[in-house]
Design a protein around this ligand. Structure first.
Ligand code: NAD
Ligand code: ZN
Ligand code: ZN
Length: 389
């Protein structure tokens, strides 16, 4: 299929299209006609082919206060699209390229982008408040009344078209099916990256993953590919254990079935003293404390992935003094432009299991059903197709 066949001579002009707008915290999204303005310098306008829902979208559809909260807004940050038009000073992209927008930036020029340590981008990553990366509050979206609509984490994929800065864009080979590529735009890359980059899980190690959504299951998949000997999944929803087996999990614990015992006690019992690595993939601070307590004294490492911007975390300070490590990880420590193509390659070589993350598919107009499915714990990733009738 020629993914550019529907582009007419819209280049340089606003495009009218449909978007799902979050007008107020906690309310269903509303499909509205909007205008998407042309890309400015260093920006690209893309036609979204499909998008998925990550728990972060669900959380931000509900938060009603704090500096990161703005309405009306176009949420969505896991997507794959095709380049429709490009602004000035955009090198390396052309109309028709298949691209993944990614919420975490990589300018490729700053000290941290040039370093092989971590994935921080000193130039851009600090700012989560602006609408557009280089233009502050300027928005590329207007509603039918001519009012600005806010962007979300520099992606806003719940729209047929969006404008993305090149620091947030990764070109990928069209060989990978778009409904597999979309998974690499946030959750799955984050989980695999956390196992590979942030924790650097090695062969024969023991791992505990708290929360078996797409992020947690991807941590398991990353640990499996590294040859971990034991991968323990912890979730209050036992339906996730069936899925966990597809990603190499060896043991499962349901916290609601442990009686008076703490999860960390159960984990220490079955591993003979605690796991080498634990990962929090829920976003609950008490779960993070338990994940930290579950690791081996002296060497254990805990990675915090779940997002909970509001709550302080209590940790066992003796554990810290006894040499345990804990750190957070944005986008799994992956440098998007360097590391996503590696994941694409591993998928094409049939090494990486992406297929099992897709539990549902819907047309874009049914986006609120996708929110319900995720909230009810019924889906991992629901592919929302833009063009499906
Ligand atoms: P999800 O809703 O699909 O999965 C969360 C899982 O946690 C569910 O299976 C749920 O049953 C389970 N759970 C809930 N309470 C629990 C508890 N008390 N103990 C154990 N399990 C529990 O979400 P997801 O899309 O996989 O995202 C997971 C988290 O990761 C979210 O907080 C999201 O915001 C965050 N996230 C972070 C990054 C990052 O860069 N750090 C990137 C993507 C997502
Ligand atoms: Zn940078
Ligand atoms: Zn996400």
């Amino acid at each position: 299929m020629d993914k550019t066949s529907s582009f007419s001579s819209q280049e340089g002009k606003p495009i009218r299209c449909k978007a799902a707008i979050c007008r107020k915290a906690g309310e269903a999204l509303v499909i509205e006609e909007i205008q998407v303005y042309p890309p400015e310098a260093f920006e690209v306008r893309i036609k979204i082919l499909c998008t998925t829902l990550c728990h972060t979208d669900l959380s931000f559809s509900k938060y009603d206060s704090g500096p990161l909260v703005k309405f009306p807004r176009i949420l969505g940050h896991e997507a794959v699209g095709v380049v429709e038009s490009i602004g000035e000073h955009v090198d390396g992209y052309k109309r028709g390229d298949i691209v993944l927008p990614v919420f975490h930036p990589q300018c490729e020029e700053c000290r941290d982008c040039k370093s092989s340590k971590g994935n921080w981008c000193t130039r851009f990553a600090e700012d989560l408040v602006s609408n557009t990366r280089r233009y502050g509050t300027a928005s590329r979206f207007k509603d039918s009344m001519g009012e600005d609509i806010h962007h979300f984490f520099f992606v806003s994929s719940f729209s047929e078209y969006t404008v993305v800065d090149i620091a947030h864009l990764v070109k990928i080979t069209p060989e990978i099916p778009v409904d597999r590529a979309v998974l690499l735009s946030c959750g799955v890359s984050t989980g695999i990256g956390a196992a590979w980059k942030t924790a650097d899980v090695e062969e024969g190690s023991t791992v505990a993953v708290f929360g078996l959504g797409a992020v947690g299951l991807a941590v398991g998949e990353g640990a499996r590919l590294r040859g971990a000997a034991q991968i323990i999944g912890i979730d209050i929803n036992p339906d996730k254990f069936v899925l966990g087996k597809k990603f190499g999990f060896t043991d499962f614990i349901n916290p609601t079935m442990c009686g008076d015992k703490k999860i960390s006690e159960v984990i220490k019992e079955i591993t003979g003293g605690g796991v080498d690595y634990s990962f929090e993939c829920v976003g609950i601070t008490s779960v993070l404390s338990e994940a930290f307590t579950s690791t081996r004294t002296g060497t254990g490492k805990t990675v915090a992935l779940g997002i909970n911007p509001a709550a302080p975390t209590e940790l066992d300070s003796f554990g810290l003094f006894r040499g345990k490590h804990i750190c957070g990880s944005l986008f799994g420590g992956m440098k998007p432009k360097l590391d996503i193509p590696i994941l694409v390659d591993r998928y094409l070589k049939k090494e990486l299991n992406l297929d099992s993350f897709i539990t549902h598919e819907l047309k874009f107009e049914d986006i609120n059903k996708a929110f319900d499915l995720l909230e009810e714990g019924k889906s991992l990733r629901c592919i929302l197709w833009m063009d499906k009738k």
